[in-house]
Design a binder for this molecule. Structure first.
Ligand code: FES
Length: 216
């Protein structure tokens, strides 16, 4: 495939033409907040609305996960407008996300903590009214726990599960009620889960985590 040269945050980079700007940046050590992107997924869902960047010559910021790289592109991941949009998207997510990091098994390995630090905003944002879901935690699976209250609906687990022979996870319901669940809302331990644990490995938060002593 043809190679192109572009500049991201002043750094000169060579990449394959048409590659996603998000992965090109990440592969070159330039962090862009993201929750819903999966490298292997050809059509990005672009649902988290966090990966905004500014591209020279464009009127408005664009999502890096949907933007293919091209020759001569000049990208700014730190532009005021791009960061403002990302911060708003992040604060909306945090408006329904419990913040109890000290008691969360994902503490220190959570993408939300990384994004908050990158955007220089608090996890306990006060900008939007906090409305928490109070859904039951599913610990029926022998290997891992699913806490839907910590799910940010990025869809990564659903996508990797659907690549397996027997898909167990999917989305159900709409709006604020939307949730990742199993067919007929069965507890995970009662499904035909293949125990591949790929859902746990791609979860960016503490929604799907290994039980203590498992998954090591
Ligand atoms: S990573 Fe681009 S919108 Fe989610």
């Amino acid at each position: 495939m043809k190679k192109v040269s572009l500049t991201i945050d002043g750094k000169k980079i060579t990449a394959k033409e048409g590659e996603s700007l998000l992965w090109v940046a990440l592969d070159n050590g330039i962090y862009i907040p993201n929750l819903c992107a999966i490298r292997e997924k050809k059509e990005p869902s672009a649902s988290c609305r966090l990966c905004f960047v500014e591209v020279e010559g464009y009127d408005n910021p664009v999502t890096a996960c949907t933007e293919p790289v091209r020759e001569g592109m000049v990208v700014n991941t730190r532009g005021t407008e791009a960061l403002r949009l990302a911060a708003t998207g992040f604060e909306l997510i945090m408006a329904s996300h419990p913040v109890d990091c000290a008691n969360c098994l994902a503490n220190g390995n959570c993408e939300l903590q990384k994004i908050a630090s990158h955007l220089k905003i608090r996890l306990k944002t006060r900008r939007f009214t906090k409305i928490l879901r109070e859904l039951p935690i599913d610990d029926s699976h022998p290997e891992f726990i699913y806490d839907p209250n910590k799910c940010v609906l990025c869809g990564r687990c659903v996508w990797v599960c659907r690549q397996q022979e027997k898909a167990g996870l999917g989305f159900a319901r709409r709006g604020f009620e939307r949730v990742v669940t199993t067919f007929a809302d069965k507890p995970l331990g009662e499904t035909e889960c293949l125990n591949c644990a790929k859902c746990v490995s791609v979860c960016p938060t503490g929604a799907l985590v290994f039980k203590e002593g498992k998954g090591t």
